[in-house]
Every structure is written in C-alpha cells, then in structure tokens.
Design a protein around this ligand. Structure first.
Ligand SMILES: Cc1cc2nc3c(=O)[nH]c(=O)nc-3n(C[C@H](O)[C@H](O)[C@H](O)COP(=O)(O)OP(=O)(O)OC[C@H]3O[C@@H](n4cnc5c(N)ncnc54)[C@H](O)[C@@H]3O)c2cc1C
Length: 404
C-alpha cells in the first residue's frame, strides 16, 4: 500500500485549500447566520460560489474514475484528501457539488440509470441545478435492517403505484430538490434480499407529501433538512424503476461504499480543524498563572487527538485504496471498520476541543458544535455502529474458521 498522493491529487488539494481560503472561510459565519434566520431558503451567495468552483475545475470531483465519461478522473484514494479539506466547513462540499445525498444518488444514476433517466435527472444533478433525496428509512420499522422496509411499489399497467411513509429523508426540505430515489418492496413474497426495488419519484408528483422537518439536536440543518414524507398512491411511469424489480438491495449496497469514504474523510477534516482550534485557544488563555496549553492534561488531550486522527486517516485511505483496486465488495470489511471508527473519533476529538474552549465551545462562535453533531449523527446514518460491528464480527469469525 502506497499512500503517497499522486501529482494530480496534490495539485487539486492545493487548489481546494486556496478556494476554501478565498471563498468559504470568509463567508462561514454569514452562511450560518443566514440559514438560522431564513429556514428552508438557499443562501443567495451559494450560486456564485458554485460557479467559481466550476470555473476553477473543482466540480464533481467525487465521482470515481470507473464511471468513465461522467467522472473527472480521480480514484477514491485521490479524492479522499479533497473531501477532508471540504469537511473543515460543514456546508462546503455542496459548493463543489460533492455533498450527500446527491453524490450517492448521482453514483446510482451514473451506474444504474438508463440513458433517458440519466438525461432527465443525472445531467441537472451533475450541473448542480437541482438536488435530490434518498428515501429508505421508515418510522414504523427498524430500518437498520433494510429488509424490514414496508413501502409498496406495485405495477399497474405502464405505471408503478407507491404507498408508504418515510422519514430522515435528507435534502427533501430543500426547495431545489426535484427528485427522490425511493426504496420499497415490489414483491414481499420473494427471497429476502430481492423483494426490494428502487424507483425515481419526482418531488412534485401527486401524492407526495413532505410532512415536516425533523430537528437534529435542536437544529434544522436547513436548507436540506431531514423530512418525514408520506407517499400516497403516487404514480410514476414504469420506466422510472432503477435497473429492474428486485435490484433495490444490490443497488443500496453499491451506493454506500464510496459515500462512507466521503463522510469519513469529511469527518477527519472536521476533527483536524477542531484540534487546530483547540491548540490556538489553549495557547491564548491563562489560568492560575500559566497558559492552558501548559497543563499536562491538555497536552495529553492534544496528543491523543493527534494519534486518533492519524489512525483514522490511514484506515480510511486503506479503505479508499481497496475500493479502487477490488471494488466495494472486496473492501467491505475496511468500509465497515472506518464507519465504526471515524465518527466516534470525531466526536471524541471535538468533545476535547469543546472542553478546552470552555463555554465558547458550545455556542455559535466556533464550528465545533456543528462538527460534533455531524459525527454523532453519522454514528446512525448509513447504518448504526452496531450493524457494522455485527457484520464485521461475523466476517472476521468466518475468515478465522476458514483458515484453520
Ligand atoms: C441526520 C440523519 C440523516 C439521515 N439521512 C437519511 C437519508 O437521507 N435517507 C434515509 O433513508 N435514511 C436516513 N437516515 C436514517 C438512518 O440511516 C437510520 O436512522 C439508521 O439506518 C437506523 O435506522 P432506524 O433509525 O430505523 O433505527 P433502528 O433500526 O430502529 O435501530 C435502532 C438501534 O438498534 C440497535 N441495533 C440495530 N441493529 C443492531 C444489531 N445488528 N446489533 C446491535 N444493535 C443493533 C442500534 O443501536 C441502532 O441504533 C438519516 C439519519 C440521520 C440521523
């Protein structure tokens, strides 16, 4: 394994860093204030920033090389450090059209969409003119086991009829969101992992009711939001099905591999920034006659954080490298490992930074509270920690028995 970044990746890292310095950090506070005071409205400067990113060649960088013409040509390993730089500001990745859930949805359409589906939905998503949501989780069933999902997708002539209730549909509140990828069951009597299908549902289809935003630790995460959505007798053309009936589970598995690398690298970027802020803060303030940075407990916290970030980064780069060489399936154990390790690492590092900041650490004057919320929610989203441990534990035991 060689984690030396390629020339291309190093050049782009430099460009993304410069872009963050020039365009993102100066607007960080203004953005936060705008979304707090104007729920469900898109920050007016965002369009300008997106155009600047396009002009700078920093657009859609996430889509791996294996996607051919759609991809700007980076491997997962080359993109990973760019995601870490973007993760230093919670909303920055959307400026580069690299934010979830659009990235996963674009990957699905690039990999599994028909030319007509791609023209209608992938092209505007890749251009950043619309946004999307992914509707899998349901309030009435334990959705960390996706086979529990109850939403029905029933064929009726040349249409499908969809009925069900979803929640935690990230992005569904965004006024720019025009398309939902919905997971449901086309055949509840089929074998367990082929009952499910994915279908494209326009956000404005008759019968779609975006009922309410869910708060995350008291915040709305506006303008994307996380919505509860009712689907009542929603009719879409039969050609909106992705690939074919019964393929929902297979598509879901493929969708989540690179997406986990992106989340983890952004979280690593957030943790790095938290540690930097902590180092500055403790070097500025004195208690009981000495700088806070001189206390051994603080130095231990800084040292522990440094080690944990570096461990997490190397593990995540190993996962990215393995996906590039062996595909998502070949990298599944490493993908589970990063999903178990990185969000908790971020919570721990950010928690230490908050403590070292005193009261300032929990208020809007630093990005720390937002970083902690991001880490904490990713311990649930894309599958809770326990589910990844359950699967990794099972695979590890199986492999140990096979080698005896
Ligand atoms: C901020 C945020 C954004 C989200 N965005 C989306 C989105 O865009 N689209 C979408 O479809 N969903 C989204 N989700 C939903 C998320 O994926 C689910 O919450 C998650 O999969 C867990 O499902 P659940 O909430 O039904 O919990 P449940 O399935 O009820 O699980 C609850 C708990 O049970 C325990 N548990 C479950 N299985 C096991 C096991 N095998 N071993 C031990 N313990 C276990 C775990 O502690 C788990 O947290 C989002 C969630 C959050 C918080």
């Amino acid at each position: 394994m060689n984690f030396e970044y390629t020339e291309k990746s190093l050049e782009l890292q430099q460009k993304v860093r410069q872009f963050m310095d020039q365009y993102i950090y100066p607007l960080e506070k203004e953005y936060d204030q705008f979304v707090e005071e104007n729920p469900w409205k898109v920050y007016p400067e965002l369009e300008r920033l997106k155009n600047e990113a396009k002009r700078a060649g920093l657009w859609n960088l996430f889509l791996p090389k294996s996607y051919g013409d759609f991809s700007p040509g980076l491997t997962n390993l080359e993109y990973a450090p760019l995601a870490a730089i973007m993760g230093r500001v919670t909303w920055a990745s959307q400026v580069f059209n690299c934010s979830a859930p659009d990235t996963g949805n674009m990957e699905v359409l690039a990999k599994y969409g028909t030319p007509a589906q791609q023209e209608r939905w992938l092209t505007p998503l890749m251009n950043g003119t619309i946004r999307s949501a992914f509707l899998m989780t349901e309030p009435r069933v334990a959705s960390s086991d996706a086979t529990n999902i109850e939403t029905s997708i029933v064929r009726d002539g040349d249409e499908y009829v969809i009925n069900g209730r979803k929640w935690w549909s990230s992005g569904a509140m965004n006024p720019e969101t025009e398309i939902f990828i919905v997971m449901g069951k086309t055949d509840p009597n089929a074998q367990r992992h082929v009952q499910q299908s994915m279908i494209l549902v326009p956000a404005n289809a008759k019968g779609v009711d975006v009922m309410r935003p869910l708060r995350v630790f008291g915040t709305y995460d506006s303008p994307e939001g996380h919505a509860e959505v009712d689907l009542k007798d929603v009719r879409v053309p039969a050609e909106n099905i992705l690939v074919d009936e019964g393929m929902g589970f297979a598509i879901a598995q493929g969708r989540l591999g690179p997406g986990r690398i992106h989340h983890c690298m952004r979280l690593i970027g957030a943790a790095e920034r938290a540690l930097e802020l902590m180092c500055h803060r403790v070097s500025e303030r004195q208690t009981f006659g000495k700088y806070v940075s001189q206390y051994s407990s603080i130095r231990q916290d800084v040292a522990k954080s440094k080690c944990e970030i570096e461990q997490a980064r190397l593990l995540t780069l190993a996962a990215a490298d393995k996906i590039d060489r062996f595909g998502v399936k070949g990298a599944k154990d490493l993908i589970a490992m990063i999903k178990i390790v990185v969000p908790t690492m971020t919570c721990n590092v950010v928690d230490r930074a908050i403590q070292a900041h005193g009261g300032m650490g929990v208020c809007q004057d630093t990005p720390l509270a937002g970083f902690w919320i991001y880490g904490r929610t990713i311990r649930l989203a894309d599958g809770p920690d326990e589910v990844h441990m359950y699967q990794l534990g099972r695979n590890t035991i199986k492999k140990a028995l096979m080698t005896e």
